[in-house]
Design a protein around this ligand. Structure first.
Ligand code: FES
Length: 183
């Protein structure tokens, strides 16, 4: 039996309340499809057909509509990959500042397979397009959320160690144009 088959595809009362709160912000329920997909992904780890159907049923939409949104945006996972996603930007500034080399380093550090996933499925490394923080290049986004600025191989090593030891990484909070982190 797969992970997907083991899961019961329902939202809890609390999750339904959260979705209702999003629906209330818009004239139509369909406008809340993105936050609802986000809630489903956080709950199930990725968006299987069952999870997408659950979102569709909850919002009164067709499966095709919800699938269309889920398959358009890269932040929604359509396959089970690694638990923690490391997205290294290799675009414009980051590419010029070592992002491509750090991407390769990160893949090697987690012993990534062809899909970028570590053997224990704890990590998943993939290339990202511009993350909008070019002035602190190279940049990495961790798990669709926090950014790691002025990325180095040492920062990759530290993040991997911290996650393996059960801690979520400590992130830098820096203002844009902080030259002290560059170079
Ligand atoms: S080029 Fe990497 S954040 Fe813009």
């Amino acid at each position: 039996m797969t992970d997907t088959e083991n899961k019961e595809f329902i939202f809890t009362e609390g999750e339904l309340q959260e979705i209702k709160m999003h629906v209330a912000k818009y004239p139509e329920a369909r406008s809340a499809v993105m936050p609802a997909l986000w809630i489903a992904q956080n709950k199930f780890g990725w968006l299987s057909d069952q999870a997408i159907q659950l979102v569709a049923d909850t919002l009164g939409l067709s499966f095709a509509h919800v699938y269309g949104v889920a398959s358009f945006y890269t932040m929604y996972f359509k396959k089970p990959m690694g638990k923690y996603l490391l997205e290294v930007c290799t675009c414009f500034s980051c590419g010029e500042c070592g992002g491509k080399e750090i991407l390769q380093y990160a893949k090697k550090a987690i012993q990534a397979d062809e899909q970028g996933v570590s053997p224990d499925k704890l990590f998943w490394v993939r290339e990202a397009e511009c993350l909008g923080a070019c002035d602190t290049a190279p940049v990495m986004q961790f798990n669709n959320g926090h950014y790691v600025h002025a990325l180095t191989e040492e920062k990759i090593d530290r993040l991997i160690e911290e996650v393996k030891s059960g801690k979520l990484p400590q992130y830098e909070r820096i203002p844009l144009n902080n030259q002290s982190l560059i170079g």
